[in-house]
Design a protein around this ligand. Structure first.
Ligand code: PLP
Length: 1016
């Protein structure tokens, strides 16, 4: 103490003014400023305002030299920074040397005065804190590479020495306070060794809110930083830890304040993730250092208000930090710098999104197939919300069930990030922001009856199974860990389950995808809620189940969204559930009526508005997904990425017509003809199945010079007049005018309905006689057939599979009579039957012309005719064949992509395997349901014929319609076909999987059971 007194400068105002004149040639008004060790004067002169510092004689020269060199360096490299800048002495030195009347040697320094009010005295707005961060960032950037022997100091305020606080702990009187500090010290023991691996540099090291000045006229702008007395060489991140520790004092949201500072700093001086990851602990340790030093000084010396000024708020802040989860605080800070809240979070989110189609259903059936609606927890005034918040779960459940009964809803959804008033208890008070509550749901809720079983969408290891007994807690709670290939590990949390899982599962158990996790619990087991599953994902795998934050503050929703991403996709719910797109059904129906041809039909009494297709699924405007087992146009699945990509790439490059050369058309013709028998070598490209058949007829006419047609009964070949004329399905029904004279109709070779006395092996020949009869009719008139045209599996006629030998015999008859044979593969081609590329191949024949459409472009309007060289030569009669769109580069790119996928993924093999699986299941159903008269199919082209009596085979039209509608109600699309509309028709996409098949089988089983009950 005495030494300090002797060395502490004690100059009078006059003496100081004399020094100023002598060394700086300045005169002005001097006023003394408070200082702990030195003597400072404010100097107001004509040349500006300055601070004259007379340095304590006891201060080692190196320290004073260091500070001087530091300020001089900043002056050179960042002269515009609002820090004290050195005014040189008259002789041009940064320092002057003087001796006091006591004989003490002092150093003298004059620096510019920095204007502003201390940050401590202002509101510390977010903008001000960000501005502070920017200023410190610029300062530290300017100090990069600066070094001085004086910077290598031993200082208690150096973050690296923070563990010394342990030695001062005995001075902290209160045991709870000591325990608090010990907790931080314990954490620091693991952090300290990492400090030496971080970037180090000379930093200010004391940006406390008295050293930071704010523009008096604009409190959002930092106007200065003073007092470089604690500067030293240490980890750069300490600059942030210190600024944040002080900015957080008495701040309602200390982590938010820190986030603002580092956001600003990071913009000027990019921080590294490993630095931000330690920040929470370093902030805590700065506070620990502060309270420990204050406690020890209170013992050693008279209370110095300057030293203990931040003691009370420092303790308060330490207690606040102690209640926070450091992982969450760190996530907030990481996000403020633009890093992921948790490393790998985005990769998890992206992986789930990309692989969503391969996830196993979370409920008994895929969740998106249930008619679903939002549970009204977002509406605070809704009786269900009120009942839930008041812990009357049975009442809440009754309200929900009544709503479901009324509307047909089967699944309730509580979305991610929904603001809810149900979180009423103490446990929902924010630990981050004073006066704030946690209000936003971070899980994804699925509401069904208690006992509903839930299954894991992905293989998993059980992390924990526990029961949380707090009211409005989780009840039975399970955490699973998933480590799919190519994805960082993540957790899924399953809350509000029944307690049965506790005895069935234990940590370490392995669950395969689709394995049972648990059952939705009744209120007495699930924490007192209407039964539901709270499903949540955590990208932070270090959190325990109970640490995972189920409800969060809206302010940090962007952080929670990465830590706990929306589990919607994981649960298999479509995004369309949350926002309806476009016009209402009624409006569209009305506009169609006003604006479109009235004879366009709409499927189902209650029409469906689809807004998205994805693989085997079609998603309607309410987000409900339907399994598409009917639409054979999207052959390799809806919106197939390979097709979309090929189409987009070519459309963005060039689209022209066949009058210019292009690679695509020849490449496609080569690939397409390669799938066909060797005789069929020449391709023509058009835009629809109708156009393909029309072109085939032109070719036929050119080749035979004839008009006479033979087609099968109840067939359909296209929409132009000449095709309607040869389509009994059209000309025999409403609006039709019957057959024209040139049209000859042969019987449908339907083995199921063949006369019972025909031996099965003769069906082909016997049905072919009907064609022979038509040829005879023509012959009798001195005419002959131009062509025979048939689908290789008559579909419109009711998924009829031709009896063996039929086409062989028919083709022989037709060709003998001078006609050509045309195979319509518009519905059945492109490997749908699995065993072959083309359905005519199953009959061992080679047509003269093959027409193709629907599946050829996976939904893109493309169609083709492939024929022989012979027919082509006849067609090439001098008249140009031009088709504006036919064979354009975009369409051909699409066609190529479709072939690539069918071949590359062996979709024919898949069609056969899954088709056989389905057929087995349907034949099994036939044993149990009398209505199933016949099951027929090959690959993924299947029909189930329904009859009221298996003997008479009377068509069960009503039953078939009821099954088709029932399946639709259960989220599966199929059609009915045949003259009596009694054949269930299924043509699912070629990517149809075993899992899809199981879903279809389950729905059909349920539907048949239901229809049988109602129709008998
Ligand atoms: C067997 C058959 N051929 C031809 C067509 C006509 O094709 P598009 O509608 O593409 O003109 C259809 C259409 O349903 C069809 O089913």
């Amino acid at each position: 103490m005495n030494d300090i007194l002797k060395t502490t400068p004690d100059f009078s105002l006059d003496a100081a003014a004399g020094l100023l004149k002598e060394h700086y040639g300045l005169a002005g008004k001097l006023s003394p400023l408070a200082s702990e060790r030195d003597q400072n004067f404010k100097v107001e002169s004509a040349e500006g305002t300055f601070i004259l510092k007379i340095v304590n004689a006891a201060e080692p020269a190196v320290e004073s030299d260091f500070q001087t060199a530091l300020l001089a360096h900043i002056g050179t490299h960042a002269g515009d920074l609002p820090v004290p800048h050195i005014r040189p002495t008259l002789s041009g030195e940064s320092l002057a040397f003087i001796t006091s009347t006591h004989g003490a040697a002092h150093r003298l320094r004059l620096v510019s005065w920095v204007e502003g009010v201390p940050l401590a005295e202002t509101g510390r707005s977010e903008a001000a804190l960000e501005s502070l961060g920017r200023m410190l960032g610029r300062l530290d950037a300017a100090l990069k590479g600066f070094m001085h022997p004086g910077a290598l100091r031993d200082l208690d305020w150096d973050i690296r020495t923070a563990a010394r606080s342990a030695g001062r702990l005995s001075h902290v009187a209160n045991a709870e306070d000591r325990a608090l500090v010990e907790r931080f010290l314990k954490r620091f023991a693991t952090v300290a060794p990492r400090l030496s691996t971080l970037r180090a540099a000379v930093i200010h090291n004391d940006a406390n809110d008295w050293n930071v000045l704010v523009d008096a006229a604009n409190h959002d702008r930092i106007s200065g930083l003073i007092d470089f007395g604690d500067a030293l060489h240490t980890p750069v991140i300490a600059e942030m830890a210190i600024a944040a520790a002080y900015a957080g004092l008495d701040h309602a949201d200390p982590i938010g304040a820190t986030a603002a500072i580092i956001r600003g700093f990071h913009a000027e001086y990019p921080l590294l993730e490993e630095e931000v990851d330690l920040l929470f602990d370093l902030i805590s340790m700065r506070l620990v250092t502060s309270v420990a030093i204050s406690a020890s000084r209170r013992v050693h010396a008279e209370d110095n208000p300057y030293l203990t000024i931040s003691e009370r708020p420092a303790w308060t802040l330490l207690r606040k930090l102690d209640r926070m989860n450091p992982r969450f605080a760190t996530a907030i800070l990481r996000k403020a710098c633009g890093f992921e809240a948790v490393p790998g979070a985005r990769a998890v989110i992206d992986w789930i999104e990309t692989n969503r189609k391969s996830l196993a259903p979370l409920l008994e059936k895929p969740a998106a197939t249930y008619p679903a609606a939002l549970v009204p927890y977002a509406d605070p005034a809704h009786p269900m919300t009120i009942a839930s918040a008041a812990e009357r779960p049975d009442e809440a459940q009754a309200i929900w069930e009544a709503y479901c009964r009324e509307t047909g809803v089967e699944l309730g959804i509580g979305p991610f990030a929904e603001e809810r008033t149900v979180y009423a208890g103490e446990m929902f008070v924010s630990r981050f922001i004073e006066g704030a509550r946690r209000t936003h749901h971070l899980g994804f809720d699925l509401f069904q009856a208690a006992g509903t079983r839930v299954f894991t969408p992905l293989a998993a290891t059980v992390v924990s199974v526990e029961v949380e007994r707090d009211p409005l807690g989780y009840g039975c709670l399970i955490a699973l860990r998933h480590e799919p290939e190519g994805c960082p590990p993540f957790l899924s949390l399953w809350g509000h389950l029944a307690h049965e899982a506790v005895n069935r599962l234990k940590a370490g158990d392995r669950l395969e995808a689709g394995a049972l996790v648990g059952e939705m619990g009744a209120p007495k087991e699930n924490g007192g809620w209407a039964p539901h599953l709270h499903l949540q994902i955590s990208t932070d795998t270090t959190l325990s189940a109970t640490e995972i934050l189920g409800v969060g503050e809206p302010r940090y929703l962007d952080v929670w969204t990465e830590l706990f991403p929306d589990a919607r996709t994981f649960a298999g719910i479509a995004k369309e559930l949350f926002k309806r797109q476009g016009r209402s059904h009624e409006e569209i129906v009305k506009m169609r009526r006003d604006l479109l041809l009235p004879n366009l039909s709409i499927s189902y009494d209650k029409p469906i508005k689809f807004v998205r297709g994805e693989g085997v699924w079609l998603i309607d405007d309410s987000g409900r997904a339907y399994l598409d087992c009917f639409n054979n146009v999207c052959h390799i699945g809806h919106a197939h990425p390979a097709v979309v990509e090929a189409m987009a790439r070519q459309a963005a490059t060039l689209n022209t017509n066949t009058r210019y050369l292009h690679d695509n058309i020849v490449a496609y013709a080569e690939r397409l003809t390669a799938t066909l028998p060797k005789e069929l070598t020449v391709a023509g490209f058009v835009n629809s199945g109708s156009e393909a058949n029309s072109l085939a007829l032109r070719m036929m006419r050119a080749h035979t010079g004839r008009e006479n047609a033979i087609t099968l009964d109840w067939s359909y070949h296209g929409t132009t007049q000449e095709l309607i004329d040869i389509s009994p399905y059209k000309f025999r029904r409403k609006g039709g005018k019957g057959p024209k004279p040139h049209v000859h109709i042969a019987a449908v070779p339907d083995s199921y309905r063949a006369p019972s006395d025909w031996p099965i092996e003769e069906h082909g020949k016997r049905f072919a006689e009907s064609v022979a009869e038509q040829i005879a009719v023509m012959k009798a008139k001195g005419e002959g057939p131009g062509f025979f045209l048939a689908e290789s599996i008559p579909s419109v006629a009711g998924q009829v599979f031709l009896p063996e030998g039929y086409l062989k015999e028919v083709y022989r008859l037709v060709r003998e009579a001078g006609g050509v044979c045309i195979a319509d593969e518009v519905q059945v081609g492109f490997g749908r039957v699995g065993s072959h590329w083309w359905a005519f191949e199953t009959q061992g024949v080679v047509p003269d012309i093959v027409t193709m459409g629907k599946p050829i472009g996976d939904g893109h309007p493309l169609a083709a005719v492939v024929t022989t060289r012979e027919v082509t030569d006849s067609f090439n009669n001098g008249m140009e064949y031009f088709n504006t769109f036919g064979g354009n580069p975009v369409s051909c790119a699409v066609g190529l992509a479709v072939l690539d996928v069918i071949e590359g993924q062996d979709l024919r093999g898949n069609a056969l395997a899954v088709g056989n699986y389905l057929m087995d299941a349907f034949r099994d159903m036939q044993k149990r349901y009398q209505a199933i008269g016949d099951v027929r199919g090959l690959g993924l082209f299947i029909g189930i014929e329904l009859v009221t009596d298996r003997k008479t085979k009377a068509p069960a039209t009503e039953f078939a319609r009821a099954v088709s509608n029932g399946a639709r109600c259960r989220g599966v699309l199929m059609g009915t076909e045949g003259p009596h509309d009694n054949v269930l028709k299924m043509r699912p996409p070629m990517i149809f999987s075993r899992r899809d098949a199981d879903h279809l089988i389950a729905v059909l089983e349920e539907t048949f059971a239901g229809v049988e009950k109602t129709l008998g």
